[in-house]
Design a protein around this ligand. Structure first.
Ligand SMILES: [Zn+2]
Length: 179
């Protein structure tokens, strides 16, 4: 177990809600020893914890969109300037690849009256046949089948088009850790 994972274990109890007080106390001397061995790393990590997040970045899509990681390999979800959605399929290194027989359905907007988008091949990507509904920060469900006989993989998120002040991506594609 690395120093880092030990820190996560003891200082982010939300990740390990079932940790017992007994285990915690047993691990304290070990933790103290590791702190002495690596004071610089330990201090840095504690500082990060104090303000609630680390500054590690998540990976961006190749066009600055959101990586859909429920799918392996991944795909990128990008909102175009005309509010249509572009889906780019990626290889294992997250590099764009030509679409195959994938089927994509996006359902977006307030749940009482969502807009359903279907997709068609446009060059080396899929683009939605219509635009997203008006507004901002609405629930969005992306369903992708890798082939017509397969099962839909679903990814849900809030489509917030505001720009993140930290990473300058749109919030839906924000790469800041824990945003
Ligand atoms: Zn950000």
């Amino acid at each position: 177990m690395s120093v880092l994972s030990l820190f996560r274990f003891h200082f982010e109890p939300s990740l390990q809600p079932k940790i017992s007080m007994r285990n915690y106390l047993l691990a304290l001397p070990l933790f103290a020893a590791l702190t002495l061995i690596g004071p610089a790393g330990a201090a840095e990590k504690t500082k990060d914890h104090d303000h609630g997040h680390t500054h590690a970045k998540k990976e961006a899509g190749p066009n600055g969109g959101r990586l859909l990681t429920a799918l392996e390999p991944h795909a990128e979800f990008l909102v175009l300037p005309d509010r249509r959605v572009q889906i780019t399929f990626l290889d294992a290194q997250d590099k764009p690849v030509a679409p195959g027989n994938q089927i994509v359905v996006v359902t977006a907007g307030e749940r009482s009256a969502p807009t359903k988008l279907t997709f068609a091949l446009d060059g080396a990507v899929l683009r939605s046949n219509g635009p997203l509904p008006a507004g901002n920060d609405f629930p969005t469900v992306v369903q992708i089948k890798v082939n017509p006989a397969g099962r839909f993989v679903t990814e849900k998120f809030n489509l917030n088009l505001s720009v993140c002040p930290d990473c300058k991506h749109a919030e839906y594609a924000c790469i800041c850790a824990e945003h």
